[in-house]
Write a protein that binds this ligand. Structure first.
Ligand SMILES: [Zn+2]
Length: 366
């Protein structure tokens, strides 16, 4: 996003159901979370059924999955300036080859790379700020770094619980506290993984204006999702079972053959996989939803006109089902990795009513 778009972004986020703010809307983020909890149970073993613990908390986790879009977005401009860019990665700003490029490990690396591209100006590349301001990571978005940060927090909390459990006289209150933290972070993580499963969170043309299909963002991620009946939830679950081994995602990871436990690589693989779907969702919109193209000559930002979402359900339902299912599969994978890398604490005795309805903003650590 350029500076002006960013200001528009920040401004519209204070309007309920503003067009860029809600990634999948409440239903989508909640659904990704519950489906992830359920598919996690499918790889449980008898001696340590972690999926059951996630399943017991699926609604709390679903609530937390919406915190970054709702609770944190209402904390004022200073928080929003930090929160906003953590929800997306406009991948075209950081590489000219989004499907195969090795992506930056740090914010500084990302900024240096963009600076280089802005100077070299390869064909088709646009600087995040066309007026020539120094490119900042926040202009491109930092969702993968956010995923790395939050998954690491889950892992560290599990680790502390596991270490306490190993003591000769473990303090139950300490174990509970660390596990409460792990589940809190697990819910928050869902939001950002879900965001990156949405192709419109991986592109600088996040609202379709570059191709005169302006206004597509909210239409794709909220209007259509809300128009589906309850049977849709089951369809997402069934599809997520198919995707749970992440065979699709692996093709986009750096290793190409198997996913590592590198959380940043997984987040980037999710970004690339989502971005690879952008063209097909743009075409779907053009073919079935748009009744009149918009206009963005000289930055006019006139939106396209579209059929009401409930009239295009049949066309959008399969692709949105697949996007949410992919998000759920990736999320379940990250949850299990964080638990394994955290020393596999035993969750069988864990019972808790810890429920953080309006948690403090987590400062980005990158
Ligand atoms: Zn978001």
């Amino acid at each position: 996003m350029n500076t002006i778009s960013k200001l528009i972004f920040i401004f519209t986020c204070f309007i309920p159901f503003g067009e860029y703010c809600y990634a999948w809307g409440e239903r989508g983020h909640h659904l990704i979370t519950r489906v992830a909890a359920r598919i996690l149970t499918l790889s449980d073993t008898k001696d340590n059924p972690i999926g059951e613990s996630f399943l017991a908390k699926e609604h709390m986790l679903g609530h937390l999955a919406n915190v970054p879009d709702i609770v944190w977005r209402s904390m004022g401009d200073a928080v929003e300036a930090q929160n906003g860019p953590t929800h997306y990665l406009d991948i075209e700003y950081i590489t000219t080859d989004p499907s195969t490029a090795v992506l930056p490990r740090t914010k500084a690396e990302m900024e240096a790379g963009m600076k280089k591209l802005c100077t070299a100006k390869p064909k088709g590349y646009k600087c995040p700020d066309e007026k020539g301001a120094e490119p900042k990571a926040d202009m491109a978005g930092t969702a993968p770094f956010r995923i790395l940060q939050i998954t690491t927090l889950i892992q560290e909390s599990f680790q502390k619980a596991a270490e306490e459990q190993k003591k000769s006289a473990p303090a139950e209150s300490q174990i509970k506290k660390h596990l409460d933290d792990a589940f809190f972070y697990a819910g928050i993580l869902s939001h950002f993984v879900g965001d990156l499963a949405n192709p419109y969170h991986t592109s600088r043309d996040y609202n379709g204006f570059d191709i005169n299909q302006g206004g597509v963002h909210a239409y794709f991620e909220s209007d259509t999702v809300n128009s589906f009946d309850l049977g849709f939830d089951m369809e997402v679950y069934t599809k997520a079972i198919e995707l749970k081994d992440l065979a699709v995602l692996i093709k986009f990871s750096e290793q190409k053959q198997k996913l590592t436990t590198d959380y940043l690589d997984i987040a980037y693989a999710q970004t690339k996989e989502s971005f690879s779907m952008l063209k097909s969702v743009q075409e779907l919109d053009l073919k079935h939803a748009v009744t009149k193209l918009g206009n963005n000559d000289k930055g006019l930002k006139i939106k396209a006109e579209r059929k009401p979402a409930d009239q295009v359900t049949a066309y959008f339902r399969p692709v949105i089902r697949d996007r949410l299912a992919q998000g759920a599969a990736t999320l379940a994978y990250l949850w299990r990795q964080a638990w394994e890398n955290g020393g596999k604490p035993n969750l069988m005795a864990y019972r808790s009513y810890d429920y953080r309805t309006t948690p403090d903003f987590i400062q980005p650590n990158f």
